[in-house]
Write a protein that binds this ligand. Structure first.
Ligand SMILES: Cc1ncc(COP(=O)(O)O)c(C=O)c1O
Length: 336
């Protein structure tokens, strides 16, 4: 038969976009969104579920429960649906409605935790709810993406070798840091094969993954309000923090050129362009990883009212805006 028999078997690892014309810097973006979960997190989901099945922790009748800002939830929900497991995603108000509805469409349940933790985030609150659920029912299996080494191993075995195969003379790799699974998997692989490329972590201002002070953040994917257990700075060559205002500007600049990327891709590219310029490395052979696309951020990053409410109208004014084309008054407009 032609084609994948299961939704998670489509792991596409060779799509790149050359953004040199848009950014004036020769950055190639590795697009991790062309699978049926729409994001990089499908790799972690497949890897963690396979390992839990191998160890006997997951068995027929098990129910998977996980804390996720959305994308891992979507990925787990499609693997769980395909394999016949029940699934509960514990998330927070910052996750996109698109992701929550996608999880529910594939049969998963979504719990939205609304009480922030002491660090302006929701991670500790989400994890508390996951622990409570596991305590109530022995069927629940928590994969725990923050401590599960099969999260970073997915990128050690898949993402990083694919990058080196496509671009053997890579000089700088920019990776956004959420759980740090993508980051650590790539960094460990490059170290172990003695590849000289520098690995630069990109995080959001207000995240405490690499230290610093916690602050408000509104864009899901990158950043934490609690240091991820697997973060290991000894294999990194740099860490940059990007203001969410710069994320929004970058996303909207790219979108006006037709590249509708997700919020974390805007963060990674804003950090990458600033780092390359500051280091005088604009001509380096550079790859940045793009975890997802922008369709799940239409109500946030790409919504004028949301941006004005969270960052102020000045930011909106400084962004690349919609064209100035005037339509005749009688023509009906979008009804949002
Ligand atoms: C959109 C997006 N970007 C980046 C990341 C970070 O990936 P990782 O958890 O591997 O650090 C995530 C993780 O959920 C994500 O959803």
């Amino acid at each position: 038969m032609l084609g994948a028999r299961h939704p998670h078997e489509l792991l596409i690892d060779d799509v790149y976009v050359d953004l040199s014309e848009v950014l004036d810097v020769p950055i190639a973006v590795k697009c991790e969104s062309f699978n049926l979960a729409g994001s990089v997190k499908l790799k972690a989901a497949v890897s963690m579920i396979a390992a839990a099945e191998d160890s006997g922790e997951l068995e027929p009748g098990s129910a998977i429960v996980e804390s996720s800002s959305g994308n891992l939830g979507v990925a787990l929900s499609i693997v769980a649906a395909s394999k016949g497991y029940d699934f509960v995603c514990v998330t927070d108000p910052r996750s996109s409605v698109h992701n929550r509805r996608q999880i529910e469409a594939t049969g998963g349940r979504v719990v939205v935790v609304t009480e922030p933790d002491a660090n302006h985030g929701f991670l500790a609150s989400r994890i508390r709810v996951v622990r409570e659920l596991c305590a109530t029912n022995p069927r629940f299996v928590w994969l725990d993406q923050y401590t599960n080494e099969n999260n970073w191993r997915a990128h050690y075995q898949c993402t990083a070798p694919a990058i080196v195969k496509t671009c053997p003379d890579l000089e700088v790799l920019f990776v956004g840091a959420g759980t740090t699974g993508t980051l650590m998997g790539c960094a460990y692989y490059l170290r172990d094969v003695d590849h000289p490329a520098q690995v630069i972590a990109v995080d959001s201002v207000g995240s405490i993954t690499f230290g610093g002070t916690a602050g408000p953040r509104f864009i899901p994917g990158l950043g934490t309000s609690r240091r991820p257990e697997m973060v290991d700075t000894s294999v990194l060559d740099g860490v940059i923090h990007v203001d969410e205002a710069d994320t929004i500007r970058m996303c909207r600049t790219l979108a006006r050129a037709g590249f509708l990327f997700g919020g974390s891709t805007g963060t990674v590219l804003a950090g990458a362009t600033a780092w390359l310029e500051a280091a005088g490395r604009e001509d380096a052979n550079t790859i940045a990883i793009a975890p997802d696309l922008g369709e799940r951020y239409l109500d946030t990053v790409y919504d004028d009212a949301w941006v004005a409410e969270h960052y102020g109208t000045d930011l909106l004014d400084s962004c690349t805006r919609a064209g100035s084309l005037d339509l005749p008054g009688a023509i009906p407009r979008s009804s949002r």
